[in-house]
Ligand binder design. Structure first.
Ligand SMILES: Cc1cc2nc3c(=O)[nH]c(=O)nc-3n(C[C@H](O)[C@H](O)[C@H](O)COP(=O)(O)O)c2cc1C
Length: 202
């Protein structure tokens, strides 16, 4: 099987990480570097990655996350956040390498698409972070590491702990590290025909 298909099929949500494992700065940076290639609408790159390494911060976040051990046992806890107002923050920088006419075209489109559409701005941030979270999980597997996507926490409380800016939203965590034990067998996958329809819903 090709490496990408193998990584997709073998990925599992890790419940216990080896708390003695330390990720190197070089590996963490390389994983985040891969993550930032995840696509975003109009290339607005509205995901923000808060890496929590500090032990005391982790302890506080764990207390706001139903005491889930992954939060403290992982090698790096990534809080995937959306900058809901990224679209209006100097959007020309998202197209800085494009010809001027292309850049100006996109700046105009970005403005007219997001202006006054609060729900769209928020939805877009969640789409971007979801794609980035999965890119992060796949990049981690390329470095021989495991992950756990997480939303089992008090979003407001975690926002306070990390000093979340008012125009950002927390989307989810990705805990990253080396698994301490093999995962249980999968809970069960729905048959493909329960998920896939063709052309329209019947
Ligand atoms: C958005 C999201 C939130 C999740 N939150 C948690 C969580 O808080 N704690 C946890 O242990 N697992 C969490 N999971 C992991 C799921 O339970 C797991 O992905 C699912 O049971 C399928 O198992 P698998 O990933 O091993 O295939 C979450 C997964 C997703 C996608």
């Amino acid at each position: 099987m090709n490496d990408i298909l193998q990584a997709i099929a073998s990925r599992r949500a890790t419940k216990h990480f080896d708390s003695n494992h330390q990720i190197t700065d070089a590996d963490l940076t390389a994983i985040l570097e891969a993550t930032r290639h995840a696509p975003t609408a109009f290339n607005i790159q509205n995901y923000r990655f808060l890496v929590v390494r500090d032990a005391e911060q982790r302890r506080r976040i764990r207390a706001a996350a139903w005491d889930q051990p992954q939060v403290e046992e992982c090698s790096a806890l990534i809080v995937m956040c959306a900058d809901i107002k990224a679209w209006e923050k100097d959007p020309a920088r998202y197209w800085k390498d494009a010809p001027e006419s292309v850049r100006e075209g996109y700046v105009g489109m970005i403005h007219s698409y997001y202006e006054g559409r609060e729900q769209v701005q928020r939805d877009e941030g969640f789409r971007s972070c979801g794609l980035a979270a999965y890119a992060l999980m796949m990049a981690a597997s390329a470095y021989g590491l495991q992950t756990c996507p997480m939303d089992g926490f008090d979003f407001d409380r975690v926002g306070e702990i990390i000093n979340l800016p008012a125009d950002h939203e927390i989307v989810m965590f990705v805990a990253l590290g080396r698994e301490a034990s093999s995962p249980r067998p999968r809970g069960g996958l729905l048959p493909l025909d329960a998920l896939v329809q063709y052309d329209s819903f019947s």
